[in-house]
Structure formats: C-alpha cells, structure tokens
Design a protein around this ligand. Structure first.
Ligand code: PA5
Length: 436
C-alpha cells in the first residue's frame, strides 16, 4: 500500500513559475546541507539519521522499553523543549486520545507523564500525588545536562525513587539520555551507573526526536519505532530530489518564504484531529527556534479545528491579514461513527443521518479552507492517508528538512538558538547563581 504525505498547493495563489525562481537557490542549499552533513561539527546529523541509525542503540532502546513496560506502571519523562516535545508529539498522535486515563489492562503499557518542562510547584506536587504508590521509572533527557527545569525535576524524582526503592533498585529504574561526554547529567549517570543513551553531538535538541531522545519514551508507550523510522527513511529518500519541481518538502519551504515576503509573517499549523495537539507544539518549537532570529522569521502558531473556529476563527477570517495556514489533513480516521436518525428531529440534524462524523469534519475543513482563502488567508494542505507510525515518521522528516531549507532561504542559521540564553542569564542573576 502506498502511504505518503502529500502537499497540496491548490489553495494558495502561488504561481508555479514564480515558485520556480527559487529553484537554483534551493538546489544550492540542498548541496550545502548534504555536503556538510558528513562534517561532525555541523548540526546536520538528523539529515541522514533515519538510514544511518545505530542498530545497537536501537536494540538497547527496545530492551529498555520492554523492561520499563514489565516493571513500571508509569514512565516519567523529564525534559524540556527539544528534549521533550518530540516524544510527546508522537505518543499523543499514535496512542488512544485518553491513553493515560485508560486502565492498565486496556493500555497494556505504562502511563507516560512529563515533568521538568516548567517551573510550577503545583505541577510538580500534582505529579507526585498522581504517582502515589505506583511503580515508576524515569527517563531524564537533557543534551546539555545542565538545563534548570529538568535538573530540578530530576533532583526531586531521583530522591523519590531512592526513598521508595533503595539506591540499588532506583539505579535500575533511571534511564539517562544525554551527551556522550559532557554535562552534569553525564557525570551523575556515570557515578550512579544508570543505563545511558547518547544524543549525538551533531543533532540539536529540536531535530532529535528520532534519536533515543524520542525513541525510548515512544517505544515504552508501545509504538512501533521501526515503522516510525521506516517512514522517516522513506522521506529521506524521497526528498533527496534536489529539483524543486518534484520536491514537496522544498516547495513548502519556498512557499512559506514567498508568503513571508508578501507580509504573511504568521503561520498557523492547523489540524482537525486533537491527537495532533503536541505535533503542533513540536512544530512550533522546531520552526520558532530555528527561524526567529536577527529580527526575522515567520511566527509559528497552531490551531485545532473545529474547536478553535469558535475562538480564533473570527480573527483568522477578518483580523489583520498577515496570516497563512498549513492544514494537516488525515484522509481516513482510525475509527468513525454514523449519525443516527431521531424521530422528533428537534435538533434539526436529520439531514446528517447515516453520514459519518468524519465526513462532517471533512466538510468543515473544506468549508473553512474556502472561507479563509476568501478572507485572504492562503492555505497549504498537507494530506496523509492515515495517522500511523510510518506517516508520522515521514511528517517529522518532512518538517525537519523543510525547516532547515526554509531557514537558509530566510538567511538565518536554523541550528542555533542564541536568544534562549537571555532569560536564563536574567533568571540566574536574580536567583544569585554563582558567576552571574
Ligand atoms: O532545541 C533545542 O536545542 C532546545 O529546545 C533544547 O532542546 C532545550 O533547551 C533543552 O535543552 P537540553 O536538552 O540541553 O536540556
């Protein structure tokens, strides 16, 4: 069966001949990325990752996931930004909408909880309450190994585990994903002999979901990581075509930049499937941190329709005309339900009898795209046939590559994030951290 992610441009006013003016620049960027990806000093390890993934590391991930599934009711994932969002995005896209609320018998795999992605004491205390007496394991993820939010959370939950299980058993329940050599977390892991996974030097946080950063929690949730990687591998091959005309990923990067030049400086990633909420969050971080610098960049934001048509819909239809939308359209839902007849028809819904709810959702999508286009909001549509591991792997690679190319077209370095340091410096000064 052919499974793919297709970009549909028919809802934009972009003309093919104008788009093709970028062809030469895109080919140059393509060559530059692929030539430099061999250099371990460049942050381009993600480019060849799906095909070159370390099989031993993959087996170790699967083995650890099995162990966690067998001895834990909860996996606590500690991490922030690129060390958190990818795992959550994939898990929420591919598991039951109410995964964590199901009974263990229904779920068969541990609950996945996330901590260390904020500094709220309420959040932390509430997670402790939720854990109660349940058996847990921890996967602490930090490339630098020094990020404040996950470091504080790890201090709290490491102590909790040591008190609950004793030092030795706690050591067997803590999994560390960090740099191969550097950072405080690496030192702790070495000293305590925790099972450790490596975040390669040449892969930045927001491009790391297909490394152990994402794969260990994803595998623990029972998701087939081989299929996820297969989808990414398929995308890696598919987007090797340096010709803009045949490369949807590069088209997406170019069209964003063309729209940006027309003062459309806000992109809304839209989904009609609530399971994609964290996919949108992951995408926001990927593009926001990669492009928003030097006074430039499209502001990436997200919306879930039809929910947000009743909150943001008015603005999108008639507010400032600096928006465009990219819609993720999933052709076939995993399940559907038919609308039944009602004798009284007081709600006047009988015209929908025997239609599937998905058809109503799709008509809402079609109607919204047309309405927004009429309101001068260009719409790109990315269509995938199904929400499954293979297509999500494909989509991840699609967005990573598009982001790198788009950042290069914009004239920024898509692999650094100097602006993130500013709040940290101020916070450290205010907290009296030595050296600040
Ligand atoms: O994408 C990035 O580089 C960042 O969002 C980081 O992932 C985030 O700041 C967390 O950093 P670390 O993994 O070093 O704790």
């Amino acid at each position: 069966m052919i499974q793919n992610v297709k970009l549909n441009l028919k809802y934009t006013n972009i003309k093919e001949k104008d788009m093709m003016k970028y062809a030469e620049r895109v080919t140059q960027i393509h060559k530059e990325l692929h030539e430099k990806s061999k250099n371990p000093k460049e942050f381009l390890g993600w480019l060849d990752l799906p095909k070159e993934i370390d099989k031993k590391e993959l087996d170790k991930i699967k083995k650890s996931a099995k162990k966690i599934q067998s001895d834990s009711e909860i996996l606590l994932v500690i991490g922030i930004g690129g060390s958190y969002l990818g795992a959550r995005a994939v898990i929420e896209a591919l598991t039951h909408t109410f995964y964590n609320y199901l009974s263990h018998e229904q779920r068969k795999t541990p609950q996945i909880l996330y901590v260390g992605n904020n500094l709220s004491p309420n959040y932390m205390n509430d997670i402790i309450d939720l854990i109660g007496n349940k058996d847990i394991s921890i996967n602490v993820i930090s490339k630098s190994g020094t990020t404040t939010e996950p470091a504080i959370a790890f201090r709290v939950f490491r102590e909790l585990l040591e008190n609950k299980y004793g030092l030795k058993e706690a050591q067997k329940r803590i999994y560390v994903t960090t740099d191969a050599k550097k950072g405080a977390l690496k030192q702790i892991a070495k000293q305590e002999k925790y099972t450790t996974f490596v975040i390669p030097d040449n892969i930045g946080g927001r491009y790391s979901v297909l490394t152990a950063v994402g794969l260990l929690p994803i595998a623990t949730a029972g998701i087939n990581i081989d299929k996820l990687l297969e989808g990414a591998k398929f995308a890696q091959e598919k987007y090797l075509d340096r010709n803009l005309k045949y490369n949807d990923c590069y088209k997406y990067a170019v069209i964003r930049n063309m729209l940006y030049k027309e003062a459309k400086n806000i992109e809304i990633l839209v989904s009609y499937e609530p399971k994609l909420h964290y996919m949108i969050e992951w995408w926001k971080q990927l593009f926001g941190e990669s492009e928003g610098k030097g006074g430039k960049g499209i502001y990436p934001t997200g919306a879930e329709f039809t929910t947000d048509l009743h909150s943001l819909g008015q603005y999108i239809q008639e507010g400032r005309r600096n928006l465009f939308e990219t819609v993720i359209n999933i052709k076939e839902p995993a399940s559907d339900m038919k609308i039944k007849a009602d004798e009284d028809n007081l709600d006047e819904l009988n015209y929908l009898v025997n239609k599937g709810l998905d058809e109503v959702n799709k008509k809402a999508m079609e109607g919204t795209i047309d309405a927004h286009m009429e309101g001068e909001v260009p719409n790109l549509v990315i269509t995938m046939d199904k929400l499954n591991e293979y297509n999500i792997g494909h989509l991840i690679y699609f967005f990573e590559l598009a982001c790198a190319v788009s950042g290069k077209l914009l004239g920024v370095n898509p692999f650094d994030q100097p602006g993130v340091e500013k709040y940290k410096t101020n916070m450290f000064k205010l907290l009296g951290k030595p050296g600040y």
